[in-house]
Ligand binder design. Structure first.
Ligand SMILES: Nc1ncnc2c1ncn2[C@@H]1O[C@H](COP(=O)(O)OP(=O)(O)OP(=O)(O)O)[C@@H](O)[C@H]1O
Length: 707
């Protein structure tokens, strides 16, 4: 029998099972729809118990139906034949037949672990592992690994080779590649690491760190749903572009309960995408900024009143600038939060005025309490208090740092003269363009340093439309939406996540670790990163210290990933040469796939560069089907974007910093020499060079950048 016939026969065998699964899926979907309708019918009954039951029923049925719909494609992707003679199918979700026998085991269930972990050296009771490829309900291919030939029955057939390599060679879409069917053993160990404590995953470019982090989030939600869905999982990544890129993965894993945030959007109200120059970011990210901000948060308001003059019952009461300053300092000792001790400040003013009034023997001076209430009734006095000690927002105070004199005063003795000069001007655009990504951590720090102005208590929103004690009639769709919303609704600045995942952790600055740490005081953590890819040019020991402080004494489990699945070996060789110049002993991952296509380096003159970049990008459009990343040094973004304007959407223009964590089928890297100007620059270049799966073209005016 030819190989092709064997393959067709085996496909037919698997098709039979897959057909059973989809038939069963259709039944389950119908059951779920029926349950939703039944839940709605209960609303006619109207007792409190029945309403609660109805809402729970509608919610669960709707969720189930949603899961059944989203996991439709490629639902079954694996099969295990065990030495016991049993067979398990592995898929995106667990499905049982009418007798409750499993038709498909969820990939996250313990029984599915062997699918990812078994090797020929350690088969874990698996004789044959089979990868099933399909397109909707149709099985299109099979790839087998025979792990325990001695235990294989005589009639067992083994087809195909290299399911992983076949999957890697495919072009990527905009989102991240779905790897659930091809997770490798070392990755699986990290994904299933204990739920508590801290899981630390390191590995070079393309080793699947992000993929592991996201699958781990999905695994945790599966293994302890009430804990992790209830508390929530926060996933923090570096840039907005990156978060958008990974956002497609979690829903496709069936999870909507994770909150995805970039470092610029972690604090409610801010959506920062502007980046500071490396040396500015290093200062703004340093823990010393806390002292600078603390001083700012205690300073007098710019343009605030410098004296108080009040005519009281014919006597002039007066506090001059020095007295006002002294009163503010007394009411605001070090460590006090300015928004929270506002009342103390006002008390000091009343006390000082009272003392003066007595000293001046004001005629008809009433009791102190009466005196105070008379003053409090006066508009001019109230205006003074508001101007002297307003309620502060973090942004208001951060903007004071745009004033060179204030910046110098706050940073004196904390930052060096050079550092102060570097920072100068970097806060100027706050008012017009909003914060940079590094500023967001400073705003969060100020929020902590000053405390919150007291807010009127927010009325809680009842998703079930109870108004004035009357149960409002609402539509079925409303109620369903409300029931879903209630499960995931969290206050905007929620800080009690059950788990925090930090991707690209090597780029989190000390101040940013503080910001993330505030949102994970009760959490277990997954930290994923590659120190060799950091753009941080500040003190590396400070980075480690602040990370350790955020993680506290929680137990740590570390995992190292060693295979680069993204780059062809030809591409990674270039990246490796670059990083070796500054880290000669760094252990590098091995790239498993060779394409036979060597990277291309093109030299242009400043005059021909624009045209050359466009031509090279157009060539990539012809050569690859997927995405093309045009990457350049941060300051040259707009210029280069202009050169490739109007090309199809699969051309994406990003700076070397924004490229972090991203992946493209082809990359055109502009002016590599201009990126690698110092050690942090070399690391950033290493990142940019390791983004392409198939083709890498470098182009610049400066030859000889490649070691
Ligand atoms: N087991 C796997 N099977 C198939 N593809 C995989 C596997 N592991 C990783 N990949 C793919 O390799 C690519 C790189 O993965 P990922 O982005 O998670 O790596 P990373 O370690 O976070 O990279 P970097 O540090 O460079 O950002 C992705 O396309 C991912 O889907």
């Amino acid at each position: 029998m030819s190989d092709a016939t064997v393959l067709q026969q085996e496909i037919a065998v698997e098709q039979q099972h897959v057909d059973r699964v989809y038939t069963r899926l259709a039944e389950l979907r119908q059951d779920a729809s029926r349950a939703e309708k039944e839940g709605y019918r209960l609303s006619g009954v109207g007792t409190f118990g029945s309403l609660v039951e109805r809402d729970a029923m509608v919610y669960h049925a709707a969720r189930r139906r949603h899961a059944l719909d989203t996991e439709y494609e490629g639902l079954v992707f694996g099969r295990l034949d065990l030495t016991t003679g049993a067979t398990h199918y592995v898929g995106r979700m667990g499905i049982r037949d009418q007798d409750s026998k499993p038709l498909v085991v969820d990939w996250r269930a313990p029984a599915a672990a062997a699918f990812y972990r078994a090797t020929a050296a350690e088969p874990l009771g698996v004789v044959r592992r089979r990868m099933i490829q399909s397109s909707r309900e149709k099985v299109t291919g099979i790839e087998d690994d025979l792990l325990d030939p001695d235990a294989a029955p005589a009639d067992m057939r083994v087809v195909g080779d290299g399911a992983l390599l076949a999957s890697l060679a495919k072009a990527t879409g905009r989102g991240m590649r779905d790897i659930v069917a091809t997770i490798q053993r070392e990755q699986d160990e990290a994904i299933r690491s204990p739920a508590s404590g801290v899981t630390i995953v390191t590995g070079g470019p393309g080793t699947g760190k992000t993929a592991v982090a996201l699958h781990r989030a999905a695994y945790l939600l599966y293994s302890d749903r009430s804990r992790f869905a209830g508390g929530g999982i926060l996933v923090v990544g570096p840039s907005g572009v990156f978060v958008e890129y990974i956002a497609t993965v979690l829903p496709s894993l069936g999870e909507e309960t994770a909150t995805l945030r970039s470092l610029g959007t972690l604090v409610p109200g801010w959506d920062a995408t502007r980046v500071d120059a490396g040396e500015v970011a290093a200062i703004k990210g340093s823990l010393r900024m806390r002292r600078v901000l603390e001083r700012a948060s205690h300073d007098a308001v710019p343009g605030g009143p410098t004296e108080l003059r009040l005519l009281y019952r014919g006597t002039l009461l007066r506090l001059d600038a020095a007295q006002l300053d002294q009163l503010r300092r007394k009411a605001l000792p070090r460590g006090a939060r300015r928004n929270e001790v506002r009342g103390h400040g006002f008390d000091r003013i009343f006390d000082a005025l009272w003392a003066q009034a007595r000293e001046h023997k004001v005629t008809g001076l009433p009791e102190k309490r009466e005196f105070e209430s008379e003053l409090a009734d006066r508009g001019d006095f109230r205006e003074f208090l508001k101007a002297w000690w307003p309620r502060f927002t973090p942004m208001r105070v951060l903007r004071w740092l745009a004033d060179p004199k204030r910046l110098r005063a706050y940073a004196n003795g904390v930052l060096s003269r050079d550092e102060i000069a570097t920072l100068q001007g970097s806060f100027d655009a706050l008012a017009t363009e909003g914060p940079t990504i590094s500023d967001v951590a400073l705003l969060d720090e100020l929020d902590e340093l000053m405390g919150r102005p007291r807010q009127p208590q927010r009325r809680s929103k009842n998703p079930f439309h109870v108004r004035d004690g009357i149960q409002e009639v609402s539509t079925y769709a409303d109620r369903q939406a409300a029931a879903r919303a209630q499960q995931v609704q969290r206050e905007e600045d929620y800080r009690e996540y059950a788990h925090v995942v930090v991707d690209e952790a090597q780029d989190v600055s000390p101040m940013q670790w503080r910001m993330i740490g505030r949102r994970g005081s009760y959490a277990s953590w997954t930290i994923v990163g590659d120190p060799a890819q950091t753009a941080w040019s500040g003190d590396p020991t400070e980075l480690d210290r602040s990370r350790d402080r955020a993680l506290g004494s929680r137990k740590r489990n570390s995992y190292a990933l060693t295979t680069n699945y993204r780059n062809s070996s030809e591409i990674f060789e270039v990246a490796a040469k670059v990083i070796r110049t500054i880290m000669p002993d760094l252990p590098l991952p091995s790239a498993v796939r060779s394409t036979g296509v060597e990277p291309v380096d093109v030299v242009a003159t400043p005059d021909t560069l624009p045209e050359t970049v466009r031509e090279l990008t157009e060539k990539q459009l012809a050569d690859v089907d997927g995405t093309i990343g045009v990457i350049m040094p941060v300051p040259r973004h707009d210029e280069v974007a202009g050169w490739v304007a109007g090309l199809p959407e699969r051309v994406q223009v990003v700076t070397a910093l924004e490229a972090k964590g991203m992946e493209y089928d082809a990359v055109v890297l502009v002016e590599p020499a201009q990126i690698a100007t110092d050690d942090a620059g070399v690391r950033t270049l290493y990142v940019a060079l390791s983004r392409a799966t198939q083709r890498l073209t470098t182009v610049g005016t400066n030859p000889g950048w490649l070691p």
